[in-house]
Write a protein that binds this ligand. Structure first.
Ligand code: GLA
Length: 754
């Protein structure tokens, strides 16, 4: 068996999904020329080719694929070979209708679109693993095949199935998990609402029910679906590994809620990602940063591949904004800055027919006419100059934790506010640090915290005593920790933490949560008891109602900053006057008590230090907005442990509050932004010794303090960089200028050798 643990590419991988089977032979010849012209060195082949590879059950036709791989290889273009299992052929649907997925409402999904398989279908699992094995046997040591692309976007359209085989698999998964039905009854709290089971045979998935589901059942259902899809991946990996030692990936979709990618990434040699940020949103560049930092974190800091993006617009939004001029290259270089060793697109050639006819491609309908092709060639040239960057690591001193299981649990919880969005806390805090100019890692809760100066624990809903222990150790070593509202509220079965939330974190934080005031927001008319009653605007004749003061109708909770350092940080960031700092909390607010003393009443003085707990109060709730019943209670606290500190934020702090707190914490933790004094709209990232400077704004800017060789233009910079709107530069320090971390090994050299 050939040993290939390094992508044999001398620069950043560039190319995309390639579907030559959808085109004629002449087009294929032209494609080879165009790929060379664009600097393409890697294509993903066969992603949706199952029907061509196995036209009838058990009959494989691989010769056409062999011819294409050979030609690409001869042309110097490497192949990321897909197993083609994301869309089974029609014979499977007709011969084995039980392989089709069934929705919660009991609707069987038909053939004729894509991804129409149940993750629990034994027929699908057998056939997909067999196809992967047949492909690996034939092409597993082909010199042109440099990596494997298993399936495509697992769970994207179908992440759960309520068919018979899935229901049986769910029962046997539960039996493995709980062993006895008594243990399941305990974990699911079935004493509530008379839900007790006598036997595993009686248990069903959480299908459509009269009213609210059992949250523990919902959480286990999500765990089960994740497990089933992961099982599909592992089945294919096993088949490939019998014949091939090439690195394996499957393409992720950012923080895709149904799947626990922290777990999945452990099984992959290379993490890869598909990402379609919306160019119509000003947060597009942050989205690129967030998702890239997450992908790097999933791979324990190793470089990742951007497996899919669009050159221009997608076709699946209601309104499909195209990228602005320059943005395709800018966002691509931004991903490289954040750790990508490959920039691939969906897809090479824009489709002529089918559901994706109007989705962008590297070769658009207009061919070389229009604005896409020059941008494609331009990026190819730029990436071709970035060989020195490949393999280097992007280092960060700030970590934001993500926990997919906690996200599931937060979604499964019914109340106190049922409007949670996925990973909202992690995203909000990541954005805060990114906008301020710091490098950030997004990592799982089990990640090694060594080397970080700041760790943010946002909405980690499931109590994790081991994490609490490690955070305590981290703070004892001088680290700064920020924990936010909704953390450590339930145990892994969804049972509420008793005695005040925060459980095993109470000691570190010095506080616990005694009440949740998920206040306010516009009073909903959607509760069953008020259905049909629309609240009347109050008038003087509402003699009684006008005297009722309710925090309802407010989307914010007033917050008053009482700590002088925090106030200064907010003033410096916003230019606000001494009084009336523009900081507020959100709809979720918590009442805190000292960790150990239920009777303790917080001092209402400014920046008071609790006599008994040593906890500083940095901000307090005011009666503004939804805070009517919270005025004076602590909103942000800090427990100091030597030079380390543990902050608790008892509300969904607004962006200004978060930025102020992050700035204060950075100062105390001695963390600096990547570059100081950056003009508005400009991001800087360091990857190994290379400095990336990216102007996301609409104005040309001059960035001070940049010296070295600009790899993108070949120009030498001496202390200043002029950057037009929506452009990026990659600067290699000249020997005299200071360097940071040395480049580590290229993408796949970190893979286990086989
Ligand atoms: C996903 C899929 C691709 C394509 C793109 C379109 O990422 O993996 O096959 O459908 O979406 O944006």
């Amino acid at each position: 068996m050939a040993s290939a643990t390094i992508l044999p590419l001398d620069s950043v991988a560039y190319g995309g999904d390639y579907n030559p089977e959808q085109w004629d032979a002449e087009t294929f010849e032209r494609d080879l020329e165009l790929m060379r012209a664009a600097g393409v060195n890697l294509v993903s082949l066969g992603i949706f080719s199952w029907a061509s590879l196995e036209p009838t059950e058990g009959t494989y036709d691989l010769d056409w694929l062999a011819a294409i791989i050979d030609r690409l290889h001869a042309a110097g273009i490497s192949v990321d070979l897909a197993t083609g299992t994301a869309s089974p052929p029609v014979w499977m649907a007709r011969r084995y209708p039980q392989s089709l997925p069934v929705t919660r409402e009991g609707v069987r999904l038909e053939f004729g679109s894509r991804q129409q398989y149940s993750p629990s279908s034994s027929v699908y699992r057998r056939a997909s693993a067999a196809l992967a094995g047949v492909l690996a046997q034939r092409f597993g040591d082909h010199p042109g095949v440099v990596m494997w692309h298993v399936n495509n976007e697992y769970g994207c359209h179908v992440s759960e199935c309520f068919g018979e085989e899935s229901r049986a698999a769910f029962r046997s998964w539960l039996q493995d998990r709980y062993q006895t039905i008594e243990a399941l009854n305990e974990a699911w709290g079935t004493a509530f609402w008379s839900q007790r089971y006598a036997d595993f045979a009686e248990v069903e998935p959480p299908a459509t029910m009269p009213t609210l589901h059992n949250p523990s059942q919902l959480l286990d259902w999500r765990r089960f679906n994740n497990h089933q899809l992961l099982g599909c991946l592992l089945g294919e990996i096993e088949s490939i590994r019998a014949h091939s030692d090439r690195p394996i990936t499957t393409n992720f979709m950012g923080a895709f809620p149904p799947l626990d990618y922290v777990q999945w990434a452990q099984h992959l040699d290379i993490v890869s990602d598909d990402h379609y940020p919306d160019p119509a949103r000003p947060s597009g560049a942050w989205d690129v940063a967030w998702q890239s930092d997450l992908m790097r974190g999933l791979g324990d800091g190793r470089p990742f591949l951007l497996m899919e993006q669009t050159t221009d617009a997608v076709q699946w939004r209601t309104r499909n904004s195209p990228k602005r001029p320059g943005q395709y290259e800018l966002w691509s270089l931004q991903r490289v800055a954040h750790g990508a060793d490959g920039i691939l697109q969906f897809q090479w050639r824009q489709s002529r027919r089918g559901a994706e006819t109007f989705h962008g491609g590297m070769v658009p309908h207009a061919g070389r006419a229009g604005r896409t092709w020059p941008a494609v060639v331009g990026l190819g040239e730029t990436l071709g100059r970035l060989g020195p960057v490949v393999g280097a690591r992007t280092e960060a001193q700030v970590a934001v934790l993500v926990d997919c299981q906690s996200n599931w649990a937060l979604q499964a919880a019914i109340g106190p506010a049922s409007e949670e969005t996925d990973f909202a806390g992690a995203k909000a805090w990541h954005r805060t640090w990114w906008e301020l100019g710091y490098a950030v890692d997004v990592v799982g809760t089990a990640a090694d915290l060594t080397g970080y100066r700041v760790v943010v624990v946002p909405q980690i809903f499931i109590e994790d005593a081991e994490l609490a222990r490690r955070l305590t150790e981290f703070v004892a070593g001088g680290g700064q920790v920020i924990v936010t509202a909704r953390s450590f509220v339930v145990d892994p079965t969804m049972a509420a933490v008793l005695g005040g939330y925060l459980g095993s974190l109470r000691e570190l934080l010095g506080v616990r949560v005694t009440d949740v005031v998920a206040a306010t927001g516009t009073p909903a008319n959607d509760g069953e008891n008020v259905a049909g009653y629309v609240e009347e605007p109050l008038t003087p004749v509402h003699r009684i109602s006008t005297a009722v003061r309710t925090p309802g109708g407010c989307d914010v909770t007033g917050v008053d900053v009482v700590d002088e350092d925090l106030a200064r940080a907010v003033r410096d960031l916003t230019g606000a006057a001494e009084d009336g700092l523009p900081v507020a909390g959100g709809r979720w607010a918590e009442v805190l008590a000292p960790a150990g003393d239920p009777a303790y009443d917080y001092d209402s003085g400014a920046a008071a230090r609790s006599r008994e707990t040593g906890v500083d109060v940095l901000a307090r709730f005011t009666a503004e907005g939804g805070g009517a019943d919270l005025a004076g209670l602590p909103a942000i606290t800090r427990a100091s442990h030597g030079s380390g500190s543990a902050y608790y934020v008892a509300t969904d702090l607004d962006p200004v509050g978060r930025a102020g707190l992050a700035t204060l914490v950075a100062q105390r933790g001695a963390v600096a932004p990547v570059l100081a004094d950056l003009p508005e709209g400009v991001e800087a990232q360091r990857r190994g010794e290379h400095l990336f400077v990216l102007n996301h704004g609409d104005e040309q800017v001059v960035v001070p303090g940049v010296t070295g060789l600009d790899l993108t233009t070949g120009e030498h910079l001496d202390g200043e960089l002029t950057l037009p709107a929506r452009t990026a530069r990659v600067v290699e320090p000249t020997p005299a200028s200071p360097t940071s971390e040395p480049a580590s090994a290229p993408l796949t050299s970190a893979l286990p050798s086989r």
